[in-house]
Design a binder for this molecule. Sequence first.
Ligand code: NAD
Length: 462
Amino acid sequence: MTDRYASFVQSGAGRALVKRLGLPDPPRLRRHRPGDPLLPGPVLLGAAAGARLVEPVGKILTAAGVELRDPAAVEPAGDTSAQPAPASARFGALVYDATGITDSTGLRQLYDFFHPHARSVLPSGRVIVLGTTPAECPSPREATAQRALEGLTRSIGKEFGRGVTAQLVHVTPSGDASTLTSLDATLRFLLSGRSAYVSGQVVRIGTGRAEPPADWDRPLDGQIVLVTGAARGIGAALARVLARDGAQVVALDIPAAGDELARVANEIGGTAVQLDLTTPDAPARLAEHLASRQGRVDVVVHNAGITRDKTLGRMDVDRWDSVLDVNLSSQERINDVLLERELIPTGGRIVSVSSIAGIAGNRGQTNYATSKAGVIGLVESLAPALSGRGISVNAVAPGFIETRLTARIPLMLREAGRRMNSLSQGGLPVDVAETIGWLAWPASGAVSGNVVRVCGQSLLGA
Ligand code: NAD
């Protein structure tokens, strides 16, 4: 589905009209291409007094080939409300370590860092604030100040425009080497074009089992990854992105989608499994297939999903049952069997696809929203339960993504869905795929129990 308005806005006539009428102005987003540098410019790296992460972060960014600038050595852009910054003071990203802020009066340091550089971020640049997970702060005052960071990043995501995204990364104070490996992975994801449609998010990094890759351009090398619903849409994009990043993909879909599935599997050198996840013997057959062919599955991505929309009073029980079964119960049954048979090894990862409908609710989608909120419950309950086995569990919650599913939405609603977010456009399947890819990296093992929205900071459920 093409977004004709977004294409029009990029044209000369479109630009003039948008300016004159104050219409939404969807920017062209920077998306990842293998071999691209992480960012279109240097990083201005700042820190609050007493911050604990700035040193390792400096090392991580330098190793990633990023040019660092010290705020003390940069001429501020002057009256930031009047002029954009000169070319010499423009940045691919502003990264600020706020872990040193221990009470509300210390929040002033945020203003001091960001105010002079508010107009210095290049298009599709990044703003990242690092903080301490509030629940793990030693005092209520510190937890209060750390919680406050969320308001700053979410507002910057709405304010800076031009495809600039803003995120908060909470890092456990009792971290280990795995925590730093996952911080490395998370910064590489958030700074790069892989996170084009992710904004206003809070990512929590704890402890876990995280392994850095030999080559960050192939962060999934040698990993066996199961993708359900891989014949088309987000699942097909996912299979391609994971294979590009080095994974051996087992692509699963219903028998009726066999031809499309075979095309995807052949294209990426993966394996196709035709299986309806709702049949009673599906978990056992899948486990048998994985045990006999691959011997294990490092990453399970529960992507298959359906909608059967009707308002609740008009909804027949089949619509309710089928949506709950495909979107939620089948995930539970498959997890149970794969975990019981120990086919997901230590260091394995489970990633589920939820939806912002599961966060915000949606008219006509009581069944779908229930199933997708259930997916969030699954992540929140299973992540702590599996931490002892070194298995991470996370979800992504896509917003408006340009697929067959959203192409069926009536025009006016579709336009509203596209524009009601900080980036004024719908996301692409590849945006969801890249986010799942990051959560699937062995280096991301210390990221667990997170629900990351891929919604361009949609107003729904915000
Ligand atoms: P899609 O309909 O294009 O693809 C879903 C795939 O799942 C299909 O190939 C389908 O055959 C497969 N599938 C359905 N039932 C199955 C079953 N019983 N067994 C095996 N495979 C089955 O949808 P999509 O837009 O690519 O969505 C992918 C996921 O993303 C879904 O979970 C969906 O709910 C979620 N999502 C999508 C959007 C969006 O805007 N497109 C937004 C939020 C969440």
